[in-house]
Design a protein around this ligand. Sequence first.
Ligand code: CNA
Length: 247
Amino acid sequence: MSEAAKKCAELIYKSNSIAVLSGAGMSTNAGIPDFRGPNGIYTKANIENPERIFDLDYFYRDPSLFYKFHKKFLEYITKAEPTFTHKFLVQLEKEGKLKGIVTQNIDSLHQKAGSKKVYEIHGGCWKNYCTKCKREYSQEEILEKINNEIVPRCDNCGGVIKPDIVFFGEPVKYLTESEILMKNSDLVLVLGSSLAVIPAAMLPSLTKGKIIVVNKGEVSEMYLPPEKVALIVNEELDTFFTQVAKE
Ligand code: CNA
């Protein structure tokens, strides 16, 4: 048992208003690659400036770049099952300790695991809409369309369909609710996020309590007030929380 796992278990035990900020590292064990990790989508993309995949202006100019990646991404998502850490968070919520999850993920695995209060600040893949006439399409309809065409288009008007995920250049969702959750918390767990994307990376600093970051890999500490940080653990999530759960 590591000292870090013991300290994390102790802080969880003492807290009764925990908030979580989760990122793509939450779902790598479910088979969904992250962006910036060693096997991440950006890392492996092998293109110049891979962030343009999710850039709104670029999407309107050439949606095919995004859909090339999204097709693969949807294949991963449809096969993925929640991990140990997803289920650990469900248990904490059932016990009344965890008050909510702010997730940057678009895979809905927290909800699939059974978590009730989840703010998907970057949206989700399950909802899609035509960028011209706003007609809605389900994930199943998109999967069917992208089997036949690179860029799915609206049956009504021929407009390009876009999933309801937040691109660079679009405002995040549920920002006020997420801020309130963080402000009312006495402990924030940052799980599997490089904290490279704002405003998400700024949310943990709002807590009146302590912050624990568990992320295997580099984390930006730019928005982490040092006096609030109790632990930064450079470990794999499921291995770490298996120890925490035992403790
Ligand atoms: P990121 O910048 O890719 O960071 C993820 C971090 O997690 C990296 O530092 C990894 O090294 C680390 N990591 C990977 N696997 C594990 C693990 N098993 N245990 C511990 N750490 C691990 O992702 P962020 O979430 O910080 O960036 C925000 C983006 C990523 C959001 O806009 C998301 O929509 C987007 N994203 C989401 C998904 C998803 O929904 N599953 C997948 C890929 C990207």
